[in-house]
Structures are given as C-alpha cells and as structure tokens.
Design a protein around this ligand. Structure first.
Ligand SMILES: NC(=O)c1ccc[n+]([C@@H]2O[C@H](COP(=O)([O-])OP(=O)(O)OC[C@H]3O[C@@H](n4cnc5c(N)ncnc54)[C@H](O)[C@@H]3O)[C@@H](O)[C@H]2O)c1
Length: 343
C-alpha cells in the first residue's frame, strides 16, 4: 500500500489538503495516509517546525502532500523556528532537485488573466526548475564589510539529471523543451546549454529542443506565452520566471507543484497559508487537488487517475467557480463538484 504523509501546515493548508485527500481516496482506494504537524503547527506541537518524528515519517513515505505554512503569529520567532526554515529543511532532507510547476490558463477562465483573453487562451507551460544548486547554494558566499558575493556553480551531472526530467516530461506533453540560460554572458550557462544539448542529441532526439536567453524569455512569456511547452532552467532564473508566469492564470489558487528527487516526491500548491481567508471555508482547493494529481502521476505512476482528476477539476472550475475566480462556491462545494465530475 503506498504510504502518503500529509503535512497540512497552517492557515488554509488543512482545509485544502483535506479536499485533496478526499479526491485521492475517490480515485485510488489503496492509499494509506498519515498526518503530521509541520511548519507553524509543528512549532506549536513539537517546538520545532520540522520535528525528528516528522522527518522519519517523511523519509519512509512514498510521497508527501503539503498544504501551506506560515502566518503572522510566527513572524517574531527566531529564524530556525520559523515555518519557512522547516520547509527548507524538508526539501533538503528529501533531496528534491527538480521543481515542476505547471502554469495553465483553464478554458473558460481566460478573462481572469491579466493578459488579453486571446493571448491567455491555450497557455499550458511546465516549468522544470533546478532546486538544489546554482546561486542559492554555491560556495563561497559571504558579506564582508563593503563587499558581498555569491557563487553560481553547476556540474555536468547536476545539469544532466534536471534536463532528463524535462525531456521525459515533454514526451508526455507536446514534446518541446525550451532551455533558458544566459549563455552570452555566463560560463555556467555555457556548460548548461552544452550539457542539455548533448543529452538531447544522445538520448532524446525525438524531443524538440531550443535555447533562449533569460531576458528574452521573460519578455516572450508575457507577450506570447502559448509558444511554450516545457521550460527547463536553473534555480535563480526558474524562481523568477515561474513566479512571473504564476500571474497568468489569474489566481494563486490554481497552481500546483511537485518537487522530485531520487526518493519520494513532495507535492504542494504554490500559494501560501492565506491567513486572510483561513477558517472561512472559502479557500480554492484546486491547486492542492491538482498537486495530488501530480502525486498520482509522478510518485505512483497512475497517469489515468491523474488525468481523470485534472479533467474533473477543469469541469468544476467552470461549473462551481470559487470566489477568487469571481464565483460563489466555497471549498466544500468545489470539492463536491470535483467528486461528482469524477463520477
Ligand atoms: N510554500 C508555502 O507554504 C508558502 C508560500 C508563500 C507564502 N507562504 C506564507 O504564507 C503566509 C501568507 O502569505 P501571502 O499572503 O503573501 O501569500 P498567500 O499565497 O498566502 O496569499 C496571497 C493572496 O492570495 C489569496 N489566496 C492564496 N491561496 C488561495 C486559495 N487557495 N484560494 C483563494 N485565495 C487564495 C490569499 O487570500 C491572499 O489574498 C506568509 O506567512 C508566507 O510566508 C507560504
């Protein structure tokens, strides 16, 4: 029986993960769930946002489903006890190096996008961002007097393993990868571009690969986003471009994510704990449910179930839009609609 560890977290986290669990139970009756306090809730229960007991459970799981963490009540805590510190430790403990963020404008919801509806229509991008390397982790790094520096560093094997994730993902989609770098300026990007191209030529010649410079890609994501299928990029560029793209669908409540490594995967909506609407029963659970669909696909290899969940969510977004989408449905009504569309 696949073991799923659920970390509901804080704010709307417990509300949206509850909905995602119900959907998982509906499409796969053999899953076993165990829940642990994590983030701010973890600090309140264990005095530690990511307690050793939780770490042991996570490391023994087949997949981890996370809600969201944080809230104003935790902002005064010392840094290591804050919810975000727990999240960084969780990702590190799981060794997840590939962050997958689909950005899709759902049919019928084009009017929510800040882009003109005809530009927003058909947007369906999958970001594959390297998560454990680059400028955020490179050594040496320091702030010394009136000078500070960071190091952007990648090795060929690091670029190969993330490129492989992108090429494999493209094969299940529209078969196109755009690798984004800054190869006209940075040596790291030259290595990145050559490594992605070599892997493509030797193992994925059936996938179309092109390379774009990050500045040009940033403009094209806004001016012509439907040209993209899979975007492969390093940590810093991926952080910025995936957040830039997250505004395209018109609500944070629509965006799931997966973080993959060599062991269990971590699945979470990209939104935060939304303290302004927590406990009101109005959070949009679509991002959490779509994260559960990614869990079915990437950790359990259940593509049919994943696709069924995605199409049920797509139908529910039309039949029962939540408030962030200009509708009136609450969390439970939206969930009921998804369960009904699942049949
Ligand atoms: N990975 C994470 O868990 C994560 C990510 C971002 C922020 N945070 C934390 O969350 C807390 C709140 O941060 P924030 O307000 O900047 O960002 P947020 O994503 O929580 O909320 C931003 C806005 O979007 C709305 N929103 C978010 N998710 C929604 C949903 N599912 N349905 C309907 N509306 C939704 C909120 O009501 C709010 O108005 C902070 O403590 C922050 O550090 C956590």
């Amino acid at each position: 029986m696949p073991q799923i560890v659920v970390l509901p977290g804080d704010g709307i986290g417990p509300e949206v993960t509850r909905a995602a669990i119900e959907v998982l139970q509906k499409v796969s009756s053999d899953l076993e769930f165990s829940e642990y306090a994590f983030g701010g809730a973890g600090f309140e229960k264990y005095g530690d946002p990511f307690a050793p007991e939780v770490e042991a459970a996570v490391l023994g799981a087949d997949a981890v489903l996370l809600g969201a963490i944080g809230g104003p009540q935790f902002e005064g805590l010392p840094k290591p006890q804050r919810p975000e510190a727990g999240l960084l430790r969780l990702r590190k403990a799981m060794g997840v190096y590939a962050n997958l963020r689909p950005v899709k404008v759902f049919p019928g919801l084009e009017h929510l996008s800040p882009l003109r509806p005809e530009k927003a229509a058909g947007v369906d991008i999958l970001f594959v961002r390297e998560l454990l390397g680059g400028l955020y982790f490179g050594q040496p790094r320091a702030w010394e007097g009136d000078m500070a520096y960071n190091t952007m560093r990648y090795t060929t094997p690091e670029v190969q393993r993330i490129s492989k994730v992108a090429f494999e993902a493209a094969r299940g989609r529209r078969n196109r990868v755009t690798s984004v770098d800054k190869a006209n300026v940075l040596e790291v990007s030259e290595l990145w571009r050559k490594t992605a191209q070599d892997l493509h030529d030797s193992s994925y010649p059936d996938v179309t690969l092109n390379h774009e410079l990050v500045d040009s890609a940033a403009m094209l994501i806004v001016s012509d986003p439907s040209r993209y299928d899979v975007i492969l990029t390093e940590n810093l560029f991926g952080d910025i471009l995936s957040d830039l793209s997250a505004v395209l669908p018109g609500s944070l409540g629509l965006l799931p994510s997966a973080s993959l490594g060599d062991g269990a995967g971590l699945y979470e909506p990209i939104h935060g704990s939304a303290p302004d609407i927590a406990g009101k029963g109005i959070a949009n659970p679509a991002a959490a449910i779509l994260s559960a669909a990614m869990l079915l696909r990437h950790s359990l290899g259940r593509e049919n179930e994943a696709a069924r969940v995605e199409s049920a969510v797509s139908l529910a977004l039309k039949s029962h839009p939540t408030r962030d989408l200009g509708g009136t449905a609450g969390t439970q009504e939206f969930l009921d609609a998804v369960l009904e569309h699942l049949g």
